[in-house]
Design a protein around this ligand. Sequence first.
Ligand code: 26Q
Length: 820
Amino acid sequence: MKRSNFKVRKKNDRVSLTEDIRNHVIYSLSKEVKDASEWDAGKALALALRDRLVERMIETRDRYRRVKAKRMYYFSIEYLLGRCLGNNLCNMEILDLCEDIFKDLGYDLDEVRASERDPALGNGGLGRLAACFLDSLATLDLPGCGYGIHYEYGLFRQSIHNGYQKELADYWMKEGMPLQVARPDQSVIVPLYGRVESAATPSGDYLPMWVDWDDIIGVPYDIPVVGYGGKTVNYLRLFAARASENFDMDIFNHGDYIRAVQRKIESEMVSKVLYPTESVSFGKELRLVQEYFLVACGLRDITRRFLAQNKNFEEFADYVAIQLNDTHPALTVVELMRYLVDERRIEWDKAWEITRATCAYTNHTLLPEALELWSVSLIEKVLPRHLQIIYEINSRFLKKVESKYPADNEKLRRMSLICEDGTKKVRMANLAVVGSHSVNGVSELHSELVKTRLFPDFYEFAPQKFNNKTNGVTPRRWMLKANPALAALLTDTLGKGWITDLNELHKLEEHINDSEFRARFMEAKRTNKIKLGNFINSTLDINIPPDSIFDIQAKRIHEYKRQLLNVLHVIHLYLELVDNDVEPSCSRAFLFAGKAAPGYWEAKQIIKLIHSVAKVINNDPRAEGLLKVAFLPDYRVSLAEKIVPACDVSEQISTAGTEASGTGNMKFAMNGALTVGTYDGANIEMLEEVGQDNFYLFGLKQEEVEKALREGSYHPREIYNHSPEIRQVFTALLENRFSPDEPDLFRWLVDKLLTDNEQYMHLADFKSYSEAQKRIDRDYAEKEIWAAKAILNTARMGKFSTDRTMLEYAEDIWKIKAVK
Ligand code: 26Q
């Protein structure tokens, strides 16, 4: 029987949109049009938009079904989406039209957009990368969707009191989330706890039975993801945990109804809150349950969809690819094995082949403390059957290793999925590597280090699995939406092609000697700086002259990212000015933004230090017009959209070998900032693209860092003894010039940075950092030179669009094709 194709009916013209907005005010909000507030109008617009997205989402699904397309499912514990309204309007190319319609109705769309809360269902880079991927997948008409958790509370909001970070709960759906589509009919049941009973099949085979489990319901909510041009609408499917209606019969039978209900309600904790840290949460049972919840919900959904079109699981990997965003969803490997072997009765070797052909794993970190380990006893308690399967996977795998390397016990110990030092733990990274056909890092350098430092044994064992996929960012949100001033100039100069083919920006180089173009480019930058300056002025009461260099470090606060190096240099410049009478040749504003994990003491002290330094410098008349320092609270996607377009100098100064890739670095450079950066992560590839003259490189290389730390030859005190600049900075800190009311407040950091083999080698790079900063000062003073460098940064960032990244994943790993 031939199915008829779904037709999209809603039009995107002024008449239909206006009509639908009015209808939603009446029929969805139950108000008279004349009584609708600006906010009501915004909500009605969001609903009118939703109608259009939903239609296109159905059409897209229909299109994928018709060709039985292979689909990719991105499994990620985090998605840092940012505001949706403006982004959707941009991608559907109706932003200007809707602004106009709102004006006609007497409202201001900008205000409505500014009142939308960010869905902040992620910590930082990893979650934002997932969101950029979704935008590119839809733009490229690729059948790829996101799976995640519908957290009730997103990443905490940051407020600052007396220079210290305070965390506030982020109930992000307070005003509702008009875009999402609840799908209770597609809910799934997730079992947890219980025990395994061994039985036998009639033919005598081992038949394990997972019994006495508790269950949680996973209810899917779909957030439509519209690609640029508005044709393809994929979705992000987030699962919320709901208590099942089955009561714990034991308690129930004893008549304790309320206690039985209470236990059920506790199960809804699973999707209550996002863990606000990028490590150290291992051991927390709830986090393990969250990871399993995602995996179990996702796989149930996928197998149901697969079964609707196909019965033969031998073909599973021809229709399904699953990408594991770090090890957080690594239990996918085990859950898929359990499903195939226990529920579909497929023999182990076949099931293993299917599982490995389906799964692929991306690593995002080299920091040893961020590698996930879960104690065997905890896994046994929460997922008893899965533990058995992990052991079985391990024993079969180690047999293969042993046959290749007979009697190499050390190798077996290192490659085992079980870490036997102390209490037994499961190494999730080893599980992800063994259970996947592809393992990738997120920049060239990082992918090399994944092979040589993180998984050398696995690389030797199966080198063909390992590959690189350099990160990117979506130019739709980070240029078109965030930087309308620059976007208009680019479209004026090149046409619209750059929006979906960022390499088109290369053509800007033809205009580099056109003085009018240069002036317009710098005028756009100036417009953005004035906007950000006004924002800072109105929120923090700090006045930043638009002609000063906007020097920005915006990212999570972490020692490895070295905000401290930046602050030490700011203090140095200040002391040069007030103690040594050396004026900087350009006025500079040092802007910081970023959250610290609530339990990360050092990171929180760094926030306090920035505020303390800012207070002294901003209130010193001698620094007026020359130096300013500001910390912008509550860094999140919507704040980044204000910051990024206004940046002149982007600080990407991690210790070489610690930042897997970075993506902020790309956003800034795309928008015409110059990078002061180390030879780390994707900085290296950005440098290759823009050339040495357009990038301020400094600092030790990864091999040098590694060698010094390995040999124990880093003695910061020697550097200190030979550097009058560093001594002056440390003396000021120890003399409490930035903490007059709290003596010794910053002694810890002087002590720490002077400790032998200090892990992030701050002082080793200080001199070369400060020299790079001097070069920046000199170049910025030459307006025309600077403009050319800024333009070349925008022109040469084509590689760093997630469109490129997604096409590489699609071709090399997922084997999926566009369905137009
Ligand atoms: C793990 C277990 C328990 C609790 C939390 C976690 C956890 C959560 C988040 C561990 C790590 C993360 C996030 C890591 C992250 O954001 N990494 C960044 O990924 C970016 C995208 O690839 C890179 O650009 C950054 O360099 C990398 O730091």
